[in-house]
Design a protein around this ligand. Sequence first.
Ligand code: GLA
Length: 668
Amino acid sequence: MTLEPRSAPVVPIYYGGDYNPEQWSPETWREDVRLMRRAGVNLVTVGVFSWAQLEPREGEFDFGWLRSVLDLLGEADIGVDLSTPTASPPPWVMARYDDVAPLDERGARFSHGSRQHFCVLSPNYRRLAARVVARLVGELGDHGAVRMFHLHNEYACHVPYCYCDRHAEGFRSWLAGRYGSVPELNRAWGTSFWSQRYATFDEVLPPRMTPTHANPAQLLDFKRFSNDTWLEECLEEKRLVREVRPDIPVTTNFMGLFKPLDYFAWAEHLDLVSTDNYPDPADPQAAFWSALHYDMVRSLNKSVPWVVMEQTTYRVNWRRHNVPKVPGQMRALAYQALARGSSGLLFFQWRASRSGAEKFHSAMVPHSGERSPVFAEVVRLGAELALLEGLGAAPVAAEVGVLFSWPNWWALEEGTQPAQDMSMQGQLAWMARPLYDRQVTLDFCRPAEDLSRYRAVVAPSLYLLSEQEGANVVDYVQQGGTAFISFWSGIVDANDEVHMGPYGGPLRPLLGCDVLDVAPLPPGEQVEVEWEDGTRTAADFWADVAVERDGKVLARVASGPWAGTPAVVETAYGAGTAYYVGVRLDTGGMRRLYDRCEATCGREGEPGVERTVRRAGGARYEFLVNHGATEHQVTVTWPGTELLSDVQAAGTLTLAPWGVAVVRSQDG
Ligand code: GLA
């Protein structure tokens, strides 16, 4: 089967990228528009880093050049995602106002000359940012080309935390709001330890440099406070935009698994969730991480669409060694995003810069211009998107939920844990990768949200868990759900205080055994795990030390000092079942566990091929994406039309290296 594009007029999916016209002459703008049309571009993000050109001197604004750009784009029917320029204040801002520079935990000041060099609580930054945003939307918000607003750029990406005096003051008021009184703060933070008891809120500081470990609860609250502070700034920008254009969707670009911001809380405020995704093409796990990224972003706000706002066509320039995507890999990763629900494919950036820190970052139009093979791939992809008519908003139904929370991530990786090499991403990969191999689509879920739509949920080290969150998970199982709960879950409450007694806190009813202690294993060492039928697999990293209770022990640790301790326990609870996993099972062990629940966890699919289904308007779209350099024969689940080639597909089809197929069939 050849997958040559056929022509189709309708382009319902956003296609384009960041466009930085301030780096180019008006002559190049016209050339850009010509090339954008050639590539099928229908949306570009403009203005992200334009502040210095929009307000070259304080209070002197120049929107004329940007209006001309928008005119050109509008005439060519290319939509604009108009960005506020606040991620990079011009040099005059810092030169004039002392309060703008953020401070690190040692009190060192960041300078201008890069980007993101501001303290989000600086009154002058806030005043000037609000003014330029208001002026921008006032001048250009009602321009006919504008289809979307883009707030800032990657909030908090380089300087997520500032430790200045304003942050100290803000933190104190935030704490007063959260705890009401100093004794309550002392209780929540456990300040009886190391003589940390506060007499007044005024004594509290942000966690600046300390001789050894700072109070973990203080660290956790500072992360909460900083997140709230960033969100407040974002919402102020949103308010200013909304005042002028209440009718246009507003977004800001996330960074997937970005630790400092609680994107669940942010996504509630957006009309469209968007994300920037830069998997390392040289990483054999790139497709998995990318899938996980998209599943996460899609499920942050389950009632709005989402889009890939940035990715690279070829290569980034910020890794030590920047291996490019091989021919076809860009397309495969792009279809992966569509397969997982994205309403568009946008790139950083449209035209490769001639100078500056990202001049060797790839773009849709490389330095070599139209003749570049990358541009040819861009044109091909744009043409193909026109064939996916009807897909635009088709939902993705995920089967399994990953219980995830940012406060848990913050607390889990704080530096006083039994295993400081415990990482949220490591735990996620351990539990989710085998599900990805089984072609299970995941949603990320807050532990307290309604879980009833999922066949199963997995809890990778859900260390920080409130009573209420835990009760929700227990209730889900009681009502008939299946939960896989890993070691180091249900350990502390929202204040990072240990749930006393055997470990597990509110999840204890689901563990089926009593976890009396934990044993991080010597690095690199494995223990054997013996299953009921006598077969053995291995585990490493961690073993809970547990005694039997009311669950059925499916496997035990079978070597080393903790031999005999339950390693996997199945507990029937209400109408559902819980699986507790007290060790880090190897791949074979995880396979055994998920195999036991084939109805919920599916079966392993074709290695290297991703299979996902979207449904809309009575149609079913089965996406098959080959993430490797080997050809694959794949089975088509439902006979239908392969949209990219307009060929009837049934039985098996051949996926070329990095090949893609989208088979549309009648649903029902
Ligand atoms: C981020 C930023 C862009 C650019 C790219 C480079 O996504 O938003 O401005 O720096 O990274 O990969």
